[in-house]
Design a binder for this molecule. Structure first.
Ligand code: AMP
Length: 444
């Protein structure tokens, strides 16, 4: 199959040739004709398999072939992304695909001055990539009207429909024309989000090019059990032992990111961090330097979990496991992209066993555990498997004290191998589902 056989026009084919894209990926092969036919879409495909081009190419074609010229302060298509970095990256890809087309594209997001964005929108843009908060600000300040909008894309759709964005998305929905094409793209869709998405779309086509909620099979994954207080030490040990060259590391909190970066920098390691408390320019600079291999270790919160495309990234380390299991798939999807292979290592302590279990249940796999000599945890990580069961073994009964004992001995949490406690159900992270009043849908 070729891009030409999917019906793409010559200026797009020329751009793809320059970029070295020879064959459509499976999600592109299915999505491109469907979007060109004007269908609403819910598309699930593994991380790093070309979703951006899957919606951007047909969208650019539709905007070139159909519809009126863009009016002042308007946009004809809107792509919503959960993070600023992703908005910047998606816009860069859209602009590359559009290089031979007479269309305008632009990205708006928070953390930077709004005035240049307002100026830029005056003439209108054909494709606007945006994060929700800044989009609403621009709309409220009358810098943007959305009545000309013909297509809405939610990139990382399950995250966009999640509780964190529910209020902003409900506001944005009220600004949009009812008659429009809506495209949802993500690597993961929870059942709740599927249900909600189904209500928002008009006779949607569902595309699923891989088994549901699985990580790209190009990523080799394993877990190293360790005590919480020794994680940083273990990280440095593994880094030196494995001679890691470029690693994206995920930590749970902003403080956790700062603490690890400080520790690594203190050891003379070329590390930087990104999280939501840092100014946008600093965040983007750290990411750009990491992408250019000028920074060896980038430590991040989940702000970097979604969609970021870092060429040939060999390794992702989960310093902490994510609270929401789906984020695991997105995090490790930063490696093993575009057909490359990658590795994902999770440093897991006993406190995180329920998160580990939720991840294994979601991805339907039992992650291999590899003990690192000298780092075996005192607090054992209970056994888990893909069924979602956490097997907590009972503690070894204390021996009665014998007289003349030799002082305190630390037995840690050692247990008899034959002791198996009744299985406990894993605690799945609770996600509430936002409710949108999308109003009655008019037929297109
Ligand atoms: P995405 O999943 O959209 O972030 O894309 C992942 C990576 O694959 C990006 O670096 C794209 O430039 C690249 N890519 C997307 N589609 C193709 C294709 N058909 N052929 C080769 N590379 C592609």
């Amino acid at each position: 199959m070729t891009f030409a056989s999917l019906g793409l026009i010559e200026p797009l084919l020329r751009a793809l040739e320059t970029l070295g894209y020879q064959t459509p990926t499976p999600v592109q092969a299915q999505a491109i004709p469907a979007v060109l036919a004007g269908r609403d879409l819910m598309a699930a495909a593994q991380t790093g398999t070309g979703k951006t081009a899957g919606f951007a190419l047909p969208l650019l074609q539709l905007l070139t072939m159909e519809g009126p010229k863009v009016a002042a302060n308007s946009a004809r298509a809107l792509i919503l992304c959960p993070t600023r970095e992703l908005a910047e990256q998606v816009h860069a890809s859209v602009a590359e695909y559009a290089q031979h087309l007479p269309l305008t594209t632009y990205a708006v997001y928070g953390g930077v001055s709004i005035n240049p964005q307002m100026m830029k929108l005056r003439k209108g843009v054909d494709i606007l990539v945006a994060t929700p908060g800044r989009l609403i600000d621009l709309f409220r300040q009358n810098a943007l009207k959305l009545n000309q909008l013909q297509t809405l894309v939610l990139d990382e759709a399950d995250r966009m429909l999640d509780l964190g964005f529910s209020e902003e998305l409900a506001n944005i929905y009220r600004m949009l024309p009812k008659k429009r094409q809506t495209l949802l793209f993500s690597a993961t869709f929870s059942d709740d989000i599927r249900l909600l998405a189904g209500q928002m779309l008009n006779d949607p086509l569902s595309i699923e090019v891989s088994p549901r909620n699985v990580a790209a099979n190009t990523v080799k994954q394993w877990v190293v059990p360790v005590d919480k207080k020794r994680k940083a030490e273990l990280f440095v040990h593994l880094m030196r032992k494995g001679r890691w060259k470029q690693v994206l590391v995920f930590a749970k909190t902003r403080n956790g990111v700062d603490a690890l970066v400080d520790k690594l920098q203190g050891l003379g390691i070329n590390a930087d961090g990104i999280h939501g408390d840092k100014p946008q320019a600093t965040r983007q600079r750290a990411l750009d330097r990491f992408k250019a291999s000028d920074v060896q270790i980038l430590v991040a919160t989940d702000v970097a979990a979604r969609g970021l495309d870092i060429e040939d990234l060999p390794l992702v380390v989960n310093f902490d496991l994510p609270i929401v299991a789906e984020d695991y798939i997105h995090r490790i999807g930063r490696t093993g992209r575009a057909g490359n292979t990658g590795e994902a290592i999770s440093l897991v302590c006993a406190d995180e066993v329920n998160m580990l279990s939720a991840i294994e249940m979601l991805t339907r796999q039992t992650l291999t555990r590899k003990m690192e000599p000298d780092f075996e945890p005192e607090h054992r990580v209970p056994d888990t498997d893909a069924s979602g069961q956490v097997v907590k073994k009972p503690k070894k009964p204390k021996k009665p004290k014998t007289s003349g004992g030799g002082g305190k001995r630390n037995l840690g949490k050692w247990v008899e191998s034959g002791d198996v406690a009744p299985a406990e159900p894993s605690i799945k992270p609770v996600r509430k589902v936002p409710v949108f009043n999308t109003g009655p849908r008019k037929k297109k």
